[in-house]
Design a protein around this ligand. Sequence first.
Ligand SMILES: *Cc1c(COP(=O)(O)O)cnc(C)c1O
Length: 405
Amino acid sequence: MNTEDFRPEKEIKVFYPPQRVLMGPGPSDTHPRVLNAMARPTLGHLDPVFTEMMEEIKGLMRYAFQTKNRMTFPVSGPGSVGMEMCFVNMIEPGDKVIVCSNGVFGGRMIENVERHGGVAVAVMDKWGEPVDPQKVEDALKKNPDTKIIAFVHAETSTGASSDAKTLCELAHKYDCMTIVDTVTSLGGTPIKVDEWGIDAIYSGSQKCLSCPPGLSPVSFSDRVTELVKNRKTKVHSWFMDISLLLNYWGSAARTYHHTAPTNALYALHESLLMLAEEGLEHSWARHRNNYEALKVGFAALGMDYVVAEQYRLPQLNSVFVPAGVDEKEVRRRLLAEYSLEIGAGLGDFAGKVWRFGLMGTSSRIDKVIFCLNALETILSDMGLKVERGAAAAAAHKSYAANPML
Ligand SMILES: *Cc1c(COP(=O)(O)O)cnc(C)c1O
């Protein structure tokens, strides 16, 4: 055998991605400041200059999560690793966990509980609806030995938001701990870890933080540290065991655990810094403002939302595909002609629903108008009766009524 026999058959040249506008369920557009941060010189993961920046990331994350939790740091891995980290550390074989499921990600939580040897009690709600606290309370009464309640704050598969504060109150009333998925909510809608008394929370870098994918901000209360310390069995994952990770992220000694993705962390630092500069309240209001404009634009196109108004997430808009429209062809044309990415429906919503993300840097007036105009043009081309210019005009009217940017 010759070394040349192993070369790829296809001639490979430098990869240069096209510039897209990302308005799907994530990733969102990365701000140039964040992309730039990634191109700075690589440092060793134990370099004192780098470890000082790690402390800043932790401080900025505490602001984003609204917590004083000592154990607040980014996990090296996507949101799914943050999810798994919570379950693998907090569950011991036989532990009972109430999991609220109203979409794809709640389903994955059930999978996590079972894979880690726990007993999942599923509280099911319809896709597109929020978690029903009454059903959770009924399940708690029926299962007084429940140890943890797990739920998704912002269900990205449907665009429904659940009342995290009320669900946490229920957990406290029945002496349970909480695991909360805020992958799509962090930075886009209010999250108050300390005020609501959340025990374990995880998020993702690529949604409302507008950072490239691959990092998962997490935060754990002291109750979780105690719980992990008092486990009877070893955590079933070496990489995700928080007591080991803390020797790197938690202590001043900084002993090697794994090689932290230094450049990716520069990006997270920059995006969290941008969030702090903007201010959380302003960021939440901006996400809402752009949603209001997109919403009236969709109405002008005759498009209906999946989720009832009071439960909608401003950063994830699920709408029904108009009757008779080839939804795949619309997405194909948006990408090919406008370099605009939107999301398809998942599960039962496949082929019936589109998901429009207004997350982080993608939540901006120019992108909202661009998206409405592109969609209107394509739908009109495909024979749908729409009044040309009406969607953008409606959106402009909304911005004029709610000035902020
Ligand atoms: C995107 C998402 C995840 C998974 O994050 P990845 O970074 O794709 O692993 C988990 N939960 C919710 C609600 C999400 O939107």
